[in-house]
Design a protein around this ligand. Structure first.
Ligand code: DGP
Length: 120
């Protein structure tokens, strides 16, 4: 799947659309999800143009991958959910129900968020 430069997260990265920023570094941006599914619902995205987890792990540099993983733990700490716990999810492709075709991790917490997923 080729990268669509008009997707919502690409527009946020270009500054065309606003977001409620939580944290940022050279390679990664974290911001609040517009439609929160838990008391804490943060999205972490790479600044590079990667469609999904497979694209990112195949094509991003080690520095980008490292920054992305570190940012997840960092924003969990900023949100105060390190001790209480949280879930990290990345939806990928049709079966994964990915809506925005720019890699993102959902960080969900701030309360008990229930069992993993329903069976298909
Ligand atoms: P997914 O299904 O994994 O692709 O989730 C996409 C998420 O993106 C969904 O939880 C809602 C969120 N989202 C969609 N549009 C916007 C937006 O314009 N701003 C923000 N902050 N989040 C958005």
């Amino acid at each position: 799947m080729s990268y669509d430069q008009s997707n919502i997260f690409a527009r946020i990265l270009r500054g065309d659309l606003p977001c409620k920023k939580i944290a940022e570094d050279q390679h990664t941006l974290a911001f609040e999800d517009i439609n929160p599914q838990a008391p804490v619902h943060i999205l972490v995205i790479p600044k590079g143009s990667y469609v999904d987890w497979s694209d990112f792990t195949c094509n991003a540099s080690v520095v980008e991958q490292s920054a992305f993983v570190k940012m997840i733990g960092h924003v969990a700490g900023l949100a105060g959910i390190t001790e209480s716990g949280y879930r990290v999810i990345s939806n990928s492709g049709n079966d994964g129900h990915q809506e925005v075709p720019h890699l993102h991790m959902h960080i969900l917490g701030g309360g008990a968020i229930g069992p993993m997923v329903s069976r298909c």
